[in-house]
Design a protein around this ligand. Sequence first.
Ligand SMILES: Cc1ncc(COP(=O)(O)O)c(C=O)c1O
Length: 402
Amino acid sequence: MTIHTARRMQGMPASAVREILKVAERPDVLSFAGGLPAPELFPARELGQAFEAVLRKSPGAALQYGITEGFLPLRAWVADRLRARGIAATPESVVVVSGSQQGIDLTARVLLDPGATVLVENPSYLAALQAFTAYEVDVVALPGDSDGLRTDLLEDAIREHQPALIYVVPEFQNPRGATLASHRRHELAAVALRHGVPVLEDDPYGALRFRGTPSTPVAALAGDLTFHLGTFSKTLAPGLRLGWVHGPRPVMRTLTIAKQACDLHTATLTQHAVVELLRSFDYDAHLEVIRAEYRLRCEAMLRTLEHTMPPGTRWSTPDGGLFLWLELPPGLRDDEVFHAAIEHSVAVVPGNGFFVGPPQHGFLRLNFSNQSVENIELGMARLGRTLHELLARSSADAMGIQ
Ligand SMILES: Cc1ncc(COP(=O)(O)O)c(C=O)c1O
């Protein structure tokens, strides 16, 4: 007997990255595939103390059901941080969610009717595409470059597609690691405001800038129309599943109702423990440590790529975040590189899975946060050898044909 699954699930792509992570688990494989933060930087001891303290001091409140909007002191902390970045947030405009992924899903649930259009950057964060697909919408992708989304194409795209939402990751985007340039942020905000199109600004990486000057969030420029997502996943630990959505008050009420239907509220114990942690822990000093370490790792990757990659290979130079984006030399495909790299005990993500529309096989996503400098040097040397061998093989094949 076959069980019918809903139409909304039928167009949803499986995450290519999660499939790849299974292969990358082989103990001999050095993985640059996952988007994983460095576990040695998780404040495990301090979190342990914070959990212990709330269970000792206020077990009743910490273990009880809570309100859907989230623990007020946590929302107040988030609102303060957002205001420091120019975003007009208050505790009432913030809803605590179970990771920013849930924020994407809830925003989509609240704003998108079936058949609506969402504008995204190409390539884009895969799990956002999955979330949008579940609401039976059309996803239209505009190209991006090293300065992020091509906002010069936005106005024509809005006229043509009448989108209900624009989704952007302006800081160190996943997968390209690109940052949306300042003039493009202003252009995005101006066009969105002119046409009244809401913007979903997904910002999991903004606190991880290790080069350059901080940029103005889109939510500070197009406030009334922007939903801004943040998370503790990359700064404390993803296992906490703790993030937030800030947005226009009336819609946040609807989003709260949507969250109620979804999971009532985010884990009370985790929220209380993180508030306890933030009282005693120097969060900004902790961010400095993470940034310094990721800078070292990113620089090690850039330096090693310089020495190991064949001519014709190009890559991005991110100012923060977890990823860089590598463009393969002409003639090589991401999927063949992936399989050959596994033979050399190194895992990368083929770029194709991040694209909307026609396949594009010339790219790889490389994560630099989850391996030591030593392993990055070793892994990139293995990847370089893989590319050299594939190129030598394809030129030998070509000569054989002649
Ligand atoms: C662009 C982007 N948005 C959202 C998320 C989800 O983060 P969270 O752990 O807060 O749900 C990720 C995770 O990698 C991401 O890359």
